[in-house]
Design a protein around this ligand. Structure first.
Ligand SMILES: O=P(O)(O)OC[C@@H](O)[C@@H](O)c1c[nH]c2ccccc12
Length: 263
């Protein structure tokens, strides 16, 4: 049976056909953003990548009519290390317009959160002002991962490589990924378990210059402490911040001290 990831990727292929007919070659001069890797690598507190997420296949509508610029400014003012903007429309109700408007509003690292399977999407992410892109190992062949990683690197972008298990971690390490995210949510079953971060942390090469980020299902201080304890330097948080009445308090509750063996 087709999983949600299969469905998303099938839809992506159709959109790429359209993207390829559009001209994104004229790049506007964008501000240079600080490096997400450097920021995470040198910080002593758990850093938050705060996501703008209107909806998702697992949760349905979360905050459909959110003003992405206002939300991004609240995240920035509350001390977020990076803003993640979902740009997938059919399943997450985001857009490249959301990304571009956030890019104009905040000076911190900006992650284009999408299912990237073709270089034209990387061009578009850069064009809209992103400084970081996501590559999901489960969505790509080894060859595609290598090529897209190199393409983004050459375009001057940072790459967050998302993994679910030991094999995928190996693929991420092989392409030279320095920012590695463990998705606590299984994209096939939607099952969320922070144990995934612990499992990957147990085999993560912390002594090399790499950063571990725990993604999804982070709601409270104890969650942040749990992943920080095993060596995560950052968390990627969407729904709990989108639903929070007070972004400042919600972010502060997650900014815990780092506890793990991180170097
Ligand atoms: O809303 P949450 O549970 O805090 O999750 C945020 C983020 O990790 C999640 O949106 C995500 C992680 N990897 C992805 C890949 C594609 C789409 C979405 C995602």
């Amino acid at each position: 049976m087709a999983t949600i990831l299969d469905k998303i990727l099938a839809e992506k292929k159709k959109q790429i056909e359209i993207m390829l007919t559009q001209d994104s070659s004229i790049l506007e001069e964008r501000v240079t953003r600080p490096s997400l890797f450097d920021h995470l690598y040198k910080s002593e507190q758990l850093q938050i990548i705060s996501e703008i997420k209107r909806a998702s296949p697992s949760k349905g509508l979360i905050a459909e009519s959110v003003n992405p610029v206002e939300q991004a400014i609240s995240y920035y003012e509350a001390g977020a290390a990076c803003i993640s903007v979902l740009t997938d429309t059919p399943f997450f109700k985001g857009s490249f317009e959301d990304l571009a408007s956030v890019a104009d509003a905040v000076p911190i690292p900006l992650l284009c959160k999408d299912f990237i399977i073709h270089p034209v999407q990387i061009d578009q992410a850069k064009h809209a002002g992103a400084s970081v892109i996501l590559l999901i190992v489960a969505a790509l062949s080894k060859e595609e991962l290598k090529d897209l990683y190199a393409y983004a690197f050459d375009a001057g972008l940072e790459v967050l490589v998302e993994v679910h298990d030991a094999n995928e971690l190996e693929s991420a390490l092989k392409v030279g990924a320095k920012l590695i995210g463990v998705n606590n949510r299984d994209l096939r079953t939607f099952d969320v378990d922070l144990k995934r971060t612990e499992e990957i942390a147990a085999i993560f090469p912390f002594h090399e210059e790499r950063v571990l980020i725990s993604e999804s299902g982070i709601w409270k201080t104890e969650d942040a402490e749990r992943v920080a304890r095993v060596g995560a330097r950052g968390v990627l948080v969407g729904e709990s911040l989108m639903r929070s009445g007070n972004v400042g308090n919600a972010l502060q509750a997650l900014q815990v001290e780092l506890g793990g063996i991180t170097k």
